[in-house]
Design a protein around this ligand. Structure first.
Ligand SMILES: *Cc1c(COP(=O)(O)O)cnc(C)c1O
Length: 396
């Protein structure tokens, strides 16, 4: 007997669950890539993306994953040797900085560990100490720790210090899940990818930027040709949108996904993720009362609504994941970046992805199935979690 046959549920922090409508839109013959429907569809995707990002600025699209968008953002904002300040609150913050380092930027890392947000006082003294940083790199939601960093206070800090650094923000995990306002929060460059809140299979990523960033790019000595955002926002030929052949089928999926988000309204999308996250956290609070399990980020105000990182006694994180995978058709995320890959401590972490195309019945199933795994594996836990989670959803 195997109880995992049926619809599989990938509850990891990306790629996320893909809507049937998106898959169906992608399931078609190849379109003309020189003129007609695809060109119009791509032209229309641009303003839709900007609406989701809350910006009146520009967006360049790339056939790449999030790592590509990271590199693109840096290639358009800094020259080799330029100083950048990397603010890390988890593995992804470090990852972006490492790309800068490899590409010859002079990186300084401010590391806030694996379970805290940014300490603004420390950031302030780093910025005061060095006025030459060309960019400050911040991760809105670090998907390894599930911390959510406040962005507007960082802009206020830069403004108060008259610091010229551009504010670059990674919203790969958070866009269309956690509230984000690119223009109102004073973000100069924002990177995102299509396989998380945007609900499309991995393969397309985005760099949003404002006029200030656009002007900065013009002052650089060199911009790598493929990453140059300029032709991508002013394509005189269709192929220049993507610096070559367009990701044809992804674009059909992306168009439908954006329409779904905009039809629901971005505010409603944020709210849905907020309520669903609160249901998960209510369950965690109850589980924690009877045992070892706890959320990585204690303060709920600092948690993302897209992903939750959890701690248990090792090796129970890995045992829970494996049991779920084998017996239930549910896949939950590994504990990324909380320990080095070979360190057995890594077996004491796991993550729940609740980003994108998720609804109340899926999240209630996620909670109940995880509790089932705790019973099967023998992880002690409080007993009222499902009830508390149900109350959050029922009260909404
Ligand atoms: C997923 C993710 C990335 C990396 O994206 P890839 O598509 O895997 O390259 C970067 N930053 C954050 C915050 C992420 O969640």
């Amino acid at each position: 007997m195997n109880l995992s046959n049926g619809i599989e549920y990938l509850a990891i922090p990306g790629p996320s669950v893909i809507p049937e409508k998106v898959l169906q839109a992608m399931h078609r013959s190849s379109p003309n890539i020189y003129e007609g429907e695809l060109v119009k569809l791509t032209d229309n995707i641009v303003p839709k993306l900007c609406t989701v990002a809350r910006t009146e600025g520009h967006v360049a699209m790339y056939i790449a994953n999030g790592h590509g968008a990271w590199e693109a953002a840096l290639a358009n904002t800094a020259d080799i040797g330029d100083k950048i300040l990397v603010v890390a609150t988890g593995r992804f913050g470090h990852g972006w900085g490492e790309i800068g380092q490899k590409n010859g930027l002079n990186t300084t890392v401010l590391d806030f560990g694996t379970s805290s947000t940014i300490d603004l006082a420390k950031l302030e003294s780093a910025l005061k100490k060095d006025k030459n940083y060309k960019a400050v790199l911040v991760t809105h939601v670090d998907t390894s720790t599930s911390v959510k960093n406040e962005i507007a206070p960082i802009r206020a800090l830069l403004n108060n210090l008259n610091h010229e650094a551009l504010l670059l923000v990674d919203c790969i995990a958070s866009l269309a899940c956690d509230e984000f306002h690119m223009d109102d929060w004073g973000v100069d460059v924002m990177v995102a990818a299509c396989q998380k809140g945007i609900m499309v299979p991995p393969g397309v990523s985005f760099v949003f930027f404002n006029q200030k960033a656009k002007d900065r790019q013009k002052s650089l000595k060199m911009v790598a040709s493929y990453w140059d955002w300029d032709p991508r926002i002013n394509p005189d030929y269709y192929y220049k949108y993507f610096g070559g052949t367009a990701p044809t089928h992804h674009l059909y999926g992306l168009d439908v996904a954006l329409d779904m988000l905009l039809k629901e309204s971005i505010e409603a999308v944020w709210k849905r993720h907020e309520v669903l996250a609160k249901a998960i956290w209510a369950a965690i609070d109850e589980w924690a009362k009877g045992g070892e399990l706890k959320a990585n980020i204690q303060d709920k105000k600092l948690r993302s609504n897209a992903v939750t990182s959890l701690r248990v006694n090792k090796p129970n994180g890995t045992l829970l994941r494996e049991w779920l995978q084998e017996n239930t058709g549910l896949t939950i995320g590994i504990g990324l970046g909380m320990a080095t890959p070979k360190d057995p401590n890594g077996d004491g972490f796991f993550r729940l992805g609740h980003m994108g195309h998720v609804n109340a019945q899926m999240i209630m199933a996620l909670i109940a199935t995880l509790e089932t795994a705790m019973i099967a594996v023998g992880v002690p836990h409080g007993n009222n979690a499902i009830n508390k989670a149900a109350s959050v959803i029922a009260e909404l």
